[in-house]
Design a protein around this ligand. Sequence first.
Ligand SMILES: C[S@@+](CC[C@H](N)C(=O)[O-])C[C@H]1O[C@@H](n2cnc3c(N)ncnc32)[C@H](O)[C@@H]1O
Length: 420
Amino acid sequence: MQPLTSTTYRDETWDFRSADTKQYTHGFHPYPAMMIPQIARRILEEFGQGAQQLFDPYCGTGTSLVEANLKGVDAIGTDINPLARLIAKVKTTVIPLEVIDQHIKDFNDFVFSIRWDRARPTPVIPRFKNIDYWFKEDTQYQLAVLKEYIEGIAHEDVRDFFSVAFSETVREVSLTRNGEFKLYRKTPRQIETFFPDAWAVMAKKLVRNRRGMAEYIRAKAPAAVARIYDFNTVYGIPQDVLGAESVDIIITSPPYGDSRTTVAYGQFSRLSNQWLGFEKLNEVDKKCMGGKRDKEIKTFDFPPLDAVLARIAALDPKRVHDVVAFYADYEASIHHVAGVVRQGGIVAYVVGNRRVKGIEIPTDKVTSEFFARCGFTHLKTVIRAIPNKRMPKRNSPSNVVGQTDTTMNREYIVILRKEG
Ligand SMILES: C[S@@+](CC[C@H](N)C(=O)[O-])C[C@H]1O[C@@H](n2cnc3c(N)ncnc32)[C@H](O)[C@@H]1O
């Protein structure tokens, strides 16, 4: 392990060991490698005084956008995963409680009537690939009824609110194993005794999320808004969304590496995306940073990274292409992100130093270096343990089934300031 410097240190107060991470709308939907709200909150408190505009270039389900709005800061987020964007939108969009209550009541009445009436709806069951592998026949019917019901909701924000509860329901009533982010099927024995009730699951999610929305409405600064987009900072940032030097603070947690070998966001979201009818869902993992392998092995003119890449190349000349592709995209993204931060503005990247072939890649230092090249000064890097972070703790660094290694159980909060 490298010696720590005075600006890079372990601080247990950032672990937030017993914190409630599901307050407000934060508990609406699980997602891999979510940031815990307390991190965004503390960064905003320590570095966001007077901030008016936050940007999260990998916003996922919108943790930092919610926290910004709670503090009266406007927020813009982007993510290439449509499911993440939907969740982020719903978590940051206030719907009057009486509107939610009326819709939940209508929904419960509807379910009651179809449970007890003979006239059952006859929805179209989508025929996407592997539907029979992941869902029992009765579940397919129940989900199709829900889908058709949701499509009939006229109020767009309510429709999205219901869609988020539906997405979580899809996951819970599917034949995937509990507690896994990747798609693994239950055992035949488990399947035999698994009779989920999708309508009841959905009703529970709606009530829980209504509670979260009530807390959020009570705490949110009324004027603050969040806007969520679908652009990829690797290729640029649309001027009409964020002009040069328009952002006061960035709080984000980028992916730890390419989707193929770290967290498969596309795979996690596949069943929901299929039921929700999001198109081109196979492209999520390809569009993620490092999703397209480069033919050339480039170097980065940064010895701590280049040395590690050379060691990985010596061990696995193919695999190193994925790693290089990821850091090439990461550098391009940082270049674009740096351009929208105002002078004196703050950047906080929460990163993990993943291992490939047993070799640790110093992503925290890489992050500092790439921003330093764009005129930023490193303020500090805090190392925290990850007691709460919902992500797989083990992966297969060698890509050999059964061989695992401990992935990030600590993460690095890298904080920099743009100098004038
Ligand atoms: C660690 S997660 C962010 C989680 C988020 N902080 C939260 O609390 O939900 C990283 C996100 O980056 C997204 N992503 C990966 N590559 C991307 C890219 N090139 N542009 C935008 N988003 C990307 C993934 O879809 C994923 O949602």
